[in-house]
Design a protein around this ligand. Structure first.
Ligand code: FES
Length: 120
C-alpha cells in the first residue's frame, strides 16, 4: 500500500516540511512525496503550539482524507474530516463518528524546531 511505513517515497527523518507560520491555528497542510511510481501522502494538523502528523490514508477504506490540498479539518477546526464518507476524527487521530469509530489515523511523526516542522 502506498502509505505503508516501508514506502520508499516516505521522506526520511529530518526533512523540513514547512514553517510553523505556514500553518493556520487551527489548521492543516498536506504533503506529497514521489519516488519513481510510489507516492507517500501525509498531512499536518496544528492546534496552538502542537503540530501532529498523520499518513493521509483513511483507516476506513484507505482513501486520502482531503479533497483539497490543505483542507483536512472541519470548518470549526475541531475535527479532522475524511471527505470519502464523512468520517470525523479527533485532532489526536481517533475515529469519532461512523464509519470510523474504533479506528485511528496512522501517525506520521514530526517535530517542531526553530520555527519549522520536520519529519522525525
Ligand atoms: S474512506 Fe474515510 S470515511 Fe470512508
Amino acid at each position: 500500500m502506498a502509505s505503508s511505513s516501508d514506502n520508499p517515497a516516505r521522506p526520511a527523518a529530518g526533512q523540513r516540511l514547512c514553517g510553523l507560520d505556514e500553518l493556520s491555528d487551527p489548521g492543516s497542510k498536506g504533503f506529497r512525496f514521489r519516488l519513481d511510481s510510489r507516492l507517500f501522502a501525509g498531512f499536518l494538523v496544528r492546534k496552538g503550539g502542537l503540530v501532529t502528523g498523520y499518513v493521509d490514508s483513511c483507516p476506513h477504506a484507505g482513501w486520502p482524507l482531503g479533497v483539497f490540498d490543505d483542507r483536512y479539518l472541519t470548518k470549526a477546526g475541531d475535527h479532522i474530516l475524511c471527505a470519502g464518507h464523512g468520517g470525523l476524527f479527533t485532532l489526536e487521530g481517533a475515529g469519532a463518528t461512523t464509519p470510523c469509530i474504533g479506528l485511528s489515523l496512522t501517525p506520521w511523526p514530526v517535530a517542531v524546531r526553530d520555527g519549522a516542522v520536520f519529519t522525525a
